[in-house]
Design a protein around this ligand. Sequence first.
Ligand SMILES: *Cc1c(COP(=O)(O)O)cnc(C)c1O
Length: 230
Amino acid sequence: MSTIADNISQVAARIRRAEQAAQRAADSVQLLAVSKTKPAAAVREAYAAGVRDFGENYLQEALGKQRELTDLPLCWHFIGPIQSNKTRDIAQNFAWVHSVDRLKIAQRLSEQRPAELPALNICIQVNVSGEASKSGCTPADLPALAAAISALPHLTLRGLMAIPEPTDDRAEQDAAFAAVRELNKSLQDSLNLPLDTLSMGMSHDLESAIAQGATWVRIGTALFGARDYP
Ligand SMILES: *Cc1c(COP(=O)(O)O)cnc(C)c1O
């Protein structure tokens, strides 16, 4: 029988093996549990098994789950596409946003971040797969966007997020994740900022992402099972 707790142990073991294979420190990779389309009860089960960070793509669904789970000390991450009219609720109810890909959205998140909360942690989503992916800023636009975001007062730019085109070819996975790592490194050098975060790797490609430097892996299916979309 596969429970969420069993799945968490299996994913934790995959992460540990990948850290070792890459000669990276134990626990240098953090698990972000992607709970989109799954009920609050599933989040509760994952919490009981030790998970604290949860990622959501759809704002209304996320806010509903947050209301059901106010008794738990959870850390919420927004990882989906962002429309302008959603920024206020995101700024008020999340600790991280992984999917910022234009300045207008970042400016609104900064303006709307409540003063009593710590700065909102931001990853810029970058598109390293060209036309295959519609979300994310282009590598060419990244330096200017990162410089502008790093100057906004209520945000902390932490690094990059990417969702490369899915492939089972390990060499292709490695090449895409390595490109994200190199983009982050050159931003870090040019902006002179400590960009300590690479949000990359999902259920099917976390080993490659960890080999290339991921610090957050965003895992849905391998923890909660396949999703039924409405
Ligand atoms: C759904 C989703 C995930 C999780 O994907 P799985 O393949 O189910 O692990 C990770 N990141 C983002 C941005 C997602 O939308």
